[in-house]
Design a binder for this molecule. Structure first.
Ligand SMILES: Cc1cc2nc3c(=O)[nH]c(=O)nc-3n(C[C@H](O)[C@H](O)[C@H](O)COP(=O)(O)O)c2cc1C
Length: 187
């Protein structure tokens, strides 16, 4: 499916699977989407903003307060133009914030501000993923209307096999396409 002209925010939180967010971003751009990457401060410890700026052809947004680039607030301006917000990877920390309506950085504030569909692709160590608190937060965000692209089971960077491996980029693209196919285009 072509994503020509569709506006997508790719939110990247600070998990090792952040490197796969670059592949996801590239796939979306290749399908014609306009993509803005929003990286948390932890995500920037894993992947470089230069990669996402080059892949998207746009500046990367990371700061809540950036009055020169976003006088109305980046969370407001990016949410207003996004047709979908995709958080991949979504850390345990991001899920906890989303479940509680916390807005202490740009990505969590933007997710709260978005009126378009929000998809999250959790990724974490199997022990973290199995914790009741994490599962409770996933159920809560799903009940609140966010879409979940469930993690799979397989090799984890902590050198174990288990559940918590982020869905592959092409699977996340398919989920985005399916949501956007049902969503009216922004005028
Ligand atoms: C090497 C390393 C790998 C990590 N991988 C993950 C991960 O896959 N999933 C996760 O939820 N947290 C992971 N963390 C912990 C997060 O980086 C940490 O909770 C951070 O505060 C998340 O911030 P953010 O949600 O604002 O991006 C990892 C930390 C380190 C040092």
């Amino acid at each position: 499916m072509s994503l020509a002209g569709r506006e997508i925010v790719v939110g990247v939180s600070g998990g090792i699977a952040a490197y796969k967010a670059a592949a996801l971003t590239s796939l979306l751009v290749q399908r014609g989407a306009g993509v803005t990457a929003v990286l948390t401060s932890a995500a920037r410890r894993f992947v470089g903003t230069a990669t996402f700026a080059a892949l998207t052809g746009r500046p990367v947004a990371s700061r809540t307060f950036d009055p020169t680039a976003y006088p109305l607030g980046a969370h407001i301006e990016l949410a207003a133009r996004a047709e979908i917000v995709v958080v991949a990877p979504a850390t345990a920390d991001f899920l906890a914030k989303a479940a509680h309506g916390s807005a202490d950085d740009l990505l969590s504030t933007l997710a709260l501000c978005a009126e378009c569909p929000v998809l999250v692709a959790p990724a974490m160590n199997a022990a973290m993923w199995s914790k009741p608190a994490v599962q409770r937060n996933v159920r809560q965000v799903e009940a609140d209307g966010l879409g979940i692209v469930a993690p799979g089971t397989g090799w984890l960077s902590c050198r174990q096999q288990g559940a918590g491996r982020m869905a592959e980029p092409d699977e996340i693209v398919a989920a985005i396409e399916s949501v956007l196919a049902a969503a009216p285009r922004r005028p």
